[in-house]
Write a protein that binds this ligand. Structure first.
Ligand code: SF4
Length: 229
């Protein structure tokens, strides 16, 4: 993988910050042993993951992209929204759910009494797919990035936006779709599949089903104790 100079510098800075936290001191060439284990914050780990993949060319979608769309939001979010692939507005801005469908998603988030910056938003593949279906090969190639994001953030619930996202979180790029509106588990994390916001723009009559699904998410979150800090 090609890694840019800014990405190298960012990774080095994160590593040095980590070493400083351990209490490591250099005296000439002799280094003292660290007193504590290195522990980057989730935000720093996400930044490092982004740096590692900012120039990713593991699949053919890299030739479609203007920007890689990694994800944004709270690094310790209780709730993650995972769509399928960046749309044209997201590709242009480098932000997930950046266009009209993103504005609708923001309103959906606010309807369950959360703010967009309290959740984490990303997609199964990080580069724009043309045509819209990214394909099994791209989903599999990009899966390690998504898995690492979920491991770092440790959400209590994931909302899968669209059948391809729901299938990918189930560990399969093809096959039967998980039932919309029914929780299933991806490892230890409950996943609620619902309609993607771009479909709701085309078919507003489906908004009621999505409203029911996100209310289930809200009730599930409210039944769990809040995370500290
Ligand atoms: S879609 Fe994922 S795996 Fe494919 S090039 Fe983009 S970042 Fe890399």
């Amino acid at each position: 993988m090609n890694v840019s100079l800014p990405a190298c510098i960012e990774s080095l800075e994160l590593h040095l910050r980590c070493l400083q936290r351990t209490g490591l001191r250099f005296d000439g060439l002799a280094a003292q042993r660290p007193q504590t284990a290195c522990a980057l914050t989730p935000e720093e780990r996400l930044a490092a993951l982004y740096s590692e993949n900012a120039q990713c060319r593991r699949c053919r979608l890299c030739s479609n992209r203007t920007h890689i769309v990694f994800g944004e939001g709270c690094a310790e979010a209780r709730l993650m929204f995972i769509g399928e692939a960046p749309d044209s507005a997201s590709d242009a801005q480098g932000r997930p759910f950046a266009g009209e469908s993103g504005q609708l998603l923001t309103r959906i988030i606010e309807a369950i009494k959360m703010q967009r910056n309290q959740v984490y938003l990303t997609t199964v593949v990080k580069c724009r797919a043309q045509p819209d279906d990214p394909g099994e090969d791209a989903i599999e190639a990009c899966r390690p990035i998504l898995q690492r994001q979920i491991e770092i953030i440790q959400p209590e619930i994931i909302c899968a936006l669209g059948p391809a996202a729901a299938r990918a979180l189930q560990g399969q790029a093809s096959g039967a779709n998980p039932a919309r509106g029914q929780f299933y588990r991806a490892g230890a994390v409950p996943v609620m599949p619902t309609h993607p916001p771009e479909l709701l723009l085309l078919r507003p009559e489906l908004k009621q089903e999505t409203w029911i699904d996100v209310q289930r998410i809200q009730r599930e979150l409210e039944s769990k104790p809040s995370r500290e800090g």
